[in-house]
Design a protein around this ligand. Structure first.
Ligand code: FAD
Length: 302
């Protein structure tokens, strides 16, 4: 997206229509690799391939948690002063020992999510072209993302990774696309095997004249459950979960699925930063964490 306006402030623009970004050269993962490096440099330990599977309570506190290594099923008990949870609320509540009251488990089990499949396509070029040529002297379209409205296809959004950062694409003459499908775990899209899904995705983009099949050089697919915490199901009773988890003194629900809230990265980080500030300043109430991102105008759907 190209703008003639100088500066980065775009307070009066809808989130989906902003025209300037600060974006890491190699994508958001680069930022988190750097965070991991700093954590380790400062003596912290990061356990990967490890899942919190049991959270043991004693009175109003977490006594310890059981971590299961997903590769070899080995279990480890961890103790700690404070626990930050980014795991989906549904899973958190079902991991607590002893079990929370029945009504809390009922609300948790009826929380709903939307799930996500993305297909990456590496192409020689696109069928649609930018005219006149853009400032790089080629005719690649200028958009970072495009919402697809055609009723004949299931694809919801298209990413053009070259335009996010040229460093994401090894050969600048090629185009990396991300085809995004919003779905439900277990539905027809979810059940398709990877090979069939990639073929289906290529056929869809061909049918709406964005690519030509022959231009595809490579493809990959990622299925990601619980990408969108939904505001239906038992969400209207979410306060019961909030009030219950607030009573567990050393537990902090943060982030997106962690709070079952449509937080983007900035607000997700802010919830964790606010939790740390509360601990540092002996603030017991968690209300200021729950208050983050309640201004309606931020939400993309507003
Ligand atoms: C398609 C899509 C596009 C998006 N685009 C943007 C964007 O352009 N800008 C933006 O700001 N945000 C964007 N977001 C939102 C952004 O991804 C989230 O806001 C952010 O990742 C939330 O951070 P988080 O730490 O809460 O959750 P996550 O990044 O999901 O991290 C949660 C972590 O908890 C771990 N975890 C879960 N359960 C357990 C367990 N039991 N034990 C141990 N670990 C566990 C997970 O493995 C994961 O590492 C997008 C999201 C999607 C789905």
């Amino acid at each position: 997206m190209v703008s003639k306006k100088k500066g980065i402030s775009q307070n009066n623009t809808e989130t989906s229509l902003i025209e300037k970004f600060l974006y890491p050269k190699f994508g958001p993962g680069q930022m988190w690799n750097e965070v991991a490096r700093i954590v380790k440099e400062k003596g912290g330990e990061i356990l990967i391939n490890s899942k919190a599977t049991e959270i043991v309570l004693e009175q109003n506190r977490i006594k310890n948690i059981i971590i299961t290594n997903v590769l070899n099923n080995k279990q480890t008990t961890l103790i700690g002063n404070y626990f930050f949870s980014t795991m989906p609320v549904k899973e958190l509540i079902n991991s607590l020992k002893p079990k929370p009251p029945k009504s809390i488990v009922e609300v948790a089990n009826n929380l709903q999510y939307r799930d996500f499949i993305t297909v990456g396509l590496l192409l020689k070029n696109l069928k649609i072209k930018q005219s006149p040529k853009n400032k790089n002297g080629n005719n690649l379209i200028k958009d970072n993302w495009i919402y697809i409205q055609e009723k004949s296809v299931k694809i919801g959004r298209l990413q053009v990774f070259n335009n996010w950062s040229p460093h994401l694409v090894k050969n600048p003459d090629n185009v990396w696309l991300g085809l995004e499908y919003f779905c439900n775990e277990g539905d027809d899209l979810w059940q398709k095997n990877d090979k069939d899904f990639i073929k289906f995705a290529i056929d869809e983009l061909t049918s709406i004249n964005i690519i030509e099949k022959e231009a595809v050089l490579d493809a990959t697919i990622i299925k990601m459950p619980k990408t969108y915490p939904a505001y239906f199901g038992s969400y209207n009773r979410f306060d019961e979960i909030k009030n219950y988890t607030n009573t567990i003194e050393n537990l902090f629900l943060v982030g997106r699925n962690g709070m079952h809230k449509y937080n983007n990265q900035d607000h997700s980080m802010l919830t964790a930063m606010t939790a740390v500030e509360n601990i540092k300043n002996n603030i017991i109430s968690k209300n200021n964490i729950w208050a983050i991102n309640t201004e309606q105008d931020y939400h993309e759907e507003a």
